[in-house]
Design a protein around this ligand. Structure first.
Ligand code: ADP
Length: 694
């Protein structure tokens, strides 16, 4: 014989019949003498009450924890009429209760359990309780010499009853344990969650049986009936409470699962992970592994089933995907769509739920769960599944958007890299071309000068004027080329700064030498406000000249005749954050540096607000048309910015069209008194010397 552990298999059934039949045989063997002298009416009342208790017999949740008062009536019968009547009462009750449960299971819940197993259960239960009570009765009467009928409750009586109960419980639990093992249940869990609570419940019931026996034996049938009725009522209440508790537990479990799904699913950015989580969590919530899942193809909208499933269910899935409506079928025979009814029944699908996975107007797939039992799913199950599917739909939509966004970002990054590459190539090209242009230009300049000075022969007045025009343009071209070269050098950080202390006045004087003539030509007034006690600037003087010269030349250029230009400098109070002190650390004591703010202001044409952020870009000019009024290359401010960047500081501009512009920047300076202590000796080589930074 194959004793493999199976849920409803043959070995279990045989075991049940063996236990059942031997129990009943023993019972019959012992019955002849016991029942003859029974008072019929009281016995009938005892039996009736026991039958009602069996009717209320309730199995808590999925585990076989029996909450019942049946044992109380059997105990009362034993202590009143003796063991054989007690056994008969118990067996009748058990047969009645088992038949009721088998009918319930087969015809109400329509569970698919073989008939032989169910009949086995009836025989098994009656045989088992027969055994139990026979042994318990024998123990009480013959070994413990217990009082019959019980009329007084002394310590000896209590001890005998308890011992009797323990014997009975031992037999009961031993047989149940073997049975659960054969049915493939986890023995440890079965003991913890079923046997132990059942033992405690029965222990608690025994005193009721004792009290009922005492009541009958001392006060008569009416007292017994009152007590029995109270007990039955509390049994009914307890049964309802247990049902409510079970319902609540199930809801709580579902809510907890839902909550955990929501939290985890929202963080997922990948379809595969979402689908995996959806599949595992939906299964857990429903405690059902018969799930199926299909995803929609983004373009064709075709459903792709992720696990192999009967074609009938696939068909149902497609219907749900088209209708975009969830479906709950509790009885395929009655409620399945006509075209699929037969196929679904053939595939043993008796009830199912199928949910579309939606996010807004988009359908991402379908999720289904099915069972070979009728009414396996309730409306609440569908609601929970819909919530999980909604979460999954949102997560899938998010993942789609996220992926699209990541694609775009990497595309932009690639383009940006290409642009930077192109920009670099362009700058290198500019640097090379300017360099190459300078040599022939110097040669042209020399020859023009030669010719003009008549070193190559006499020239006419007209020719001399023409050469003067050429010379002016050569100077412009030379400036442009120098600017270009300068800018590219700054851009590629080829020339380091040569820091030294200088006065702003010296720098300004140089600038004025260059632009004084233009200033006078345009009749501009220039206000120079340089306090005599202004600290020495600690900068690259040559570069600072370029900064001031570019700003002043712009002010001169963009201010109409008769306008005003202000050059203003003053010491600022706080030193932090004005410039990058790190750049100066190797050359001087950073604490000795003070900030001096310099601004170049004019009341010229001003700059439109939308152009303000662009004027420091190379080649940018507010008016770059061919018909533009002002000359220039658009490189001046780019050079200014690059030089100030190299000094670790920034330039700010404020401007109102038609009112004027103001350019302000802060440079490091040193008080003359601190000069000797401020500067560190210059290193032989200057690896940490400030370099141009952009
Ligand atoms: P350029 O002067 O050679 O055109 P810049 O880089 O020096 O190039 O200046 C860029 C643009 O910024 C100028 O073309 C001009 O439109 C604007 N700009 C600069 N300074 C002033 C100013 N002081 N007033 C008005 N516009 C100015």
């Amino acid at each position: 014989m194959n004793w493999e552990r199976t849920r409803y298999g043959l070995p279990v059934t045989i075991y049940q019949w063996v236990v059942g039949l031997s129990g009943i045989s023993f019972l019959l063997l012992h019955s002849f003498s016991g029942v003859r002298t029974l008072p019929l009416l009281p016995f009938a009342v005892f039996l009736a009450m026991h039958l009602v208790a069996s009717f209320l017999h309730f199995q808590y949740a999925r585990l076989n924890v029996v909450i019942t008062f049946e044992s109380a009536f059997t105990t009362a019968t034993l202590l009143t009429f003796g063991p054989i009547p007690a056994v008969w009462v118990s067996v009748f009750g058990i047969v009645f209760g088992s038949v009721k449960r088998v009918v319930e299971r087969r015809f109400l819940l329509r569970k698919n359990i073989p008939l032989a197993y169910d009949l086995g259960i009836i025989g098994f239960n009656s045989g088992m309780v027969g055994f139990m009570w026979l042994i318990a009765g024998y123990m009480y009467l013959h070994i413990l010499k217990g009082e019959l009928p019980l009329t007084t409750l002394d310590v000896r009586a209590i001890a005998s009853i308890l011992l009797m109960f323990c014997t009975m419980s031992l037999v009961n639990h031993l047989i149940l344990f073997i049975s659960s093992y054969l049915q493939g249940m986890d023995s440890a869990v079965f003991i913890k969650k079923a046997l132990f609570p059942a033992f405690l419940t029965e222990l608690a019931i025994i005193p009721f049986g004792v009290v009922m026996a005492l009541a009958y034996n001392r006060m008569g049938l009416l007292a017994f009936m009152f007590l029995g009725a109270t007990l039955l009522l509390s049994n009914a209440v307890l049964r309802n409470l247990s049902l409510i508790r079970y319902d609540q537990e199930e809801k709580l479990r579902q809510m907890a699962a839902l909550n955990s799904v929501s939290r985890r699913i929202i963080a997922l950015r990948d379809d595969e992970a979402v689908v995996r989580l959806l599949y595992s969590e939906a299964g857990k919530v429903l405690e059902n592994q018969d799930l199926f899942l299909a995803m929609t193809h983004p373009e064709t909208q075709e459903l792709r089933f992720l696990n192999s499933v009967d074609p009938a269910l696939e068909g149902l899935g497609r219907l749900v995907a088209t209708a975009r409506q969830p479906v709950l079928i509790t009885n395929t025979k009655k409620h399945a769509p006509e075209g699929l009814k037969k196929e679904l029944l053939d595939a043993q699908v008796r009830s199912c739920i199928v949910i579309p996975i939606l996010a807004g107007d988009n359908i991402h797939g379908i999720l289904g769960v099915y069972s070979s039992e009728f009414s396996a799913f309730k409306f609440e199950h569908m609601q929970v599944l819909i919530m999980i599917a909604d979460e999954a739909g949102l997560a899938l939509e998010n993942s789609k958007l996220y992926n699209a966004l990541t694609d775009k970002v990497s595309q932009l990054e690639r383009l940006n890299k290409e642009l930077r590459q192109l920009d670099k190539l362009k700058s290198e090209f500019l640097a090379n071309v300017s360099h190459e242009l300078r040599t022939p230009l110097t040669c042209i300049k020399g020859y023009v000068e030669f010719i003009k000075k008549e070193k190559l022969g006499p020239i006419t007045q007209l020719q001399s004027e023409g050469l003067s025009v050429a010379q002016r343009n050569i100077v412009r071209l030379e400036r442009l080329i120098n600017d270009l070269l300068d800018y590219t050098r700054l851009e590629f950080k080829r020339t380091p700064l040569t820091l030294s202390a200088c006065t702003l006045q010296e720098v300004w004087n140089e600038v004025y030498d260059e632009y004084g003539e233009s200033i006078q030509q345009k009749k501009l007034s220039v206000h120079v406000i340089i306090p005599p006690d202004l600290p020495l600037l600690y900068v690259d003087p040559q570069r600072m000249y370029q900064v001031l010269a570019n700003l002043v030349s712009n002010s001169v250029k963009f201010t109409p005749d008769g306008g005003v230009v202000w050059i203003d400098a003053h010491l600022l109070k706080r030193a932090e954050n004005f410039f990058n002190l790190e750049l100066y650390k190797s050359r001087c004591e950073p604490d000795s540096l003070v900030p001096v703010e310099i601004s170049v202001r004019d009341n010229g044409v001003g700059i439109p607000p939308e152009a303000l952020s662009k004027i420091f870009d190379r080649f940018y000019q507010v008016d770059s048309s061919n018909t533009r009024k002002y000359g220039g290359t658009g490189l001046g401010l780019a050079i200014v910015k690059a030089i100030l960047d190299a000094h670790g500081t920034r330039i700010h501009v404020q401007s109102t069209p038609s009112e004027g512009s103001s350019f302000t920047f802060v440079v490091p300076a040193i008080q003359p008194a601190n000069m000797s202590t401020a500067l560190k000796p210059a290193p032989m080589h200057t690896p940490t010397q400030p370099k141009y930074v952009s």
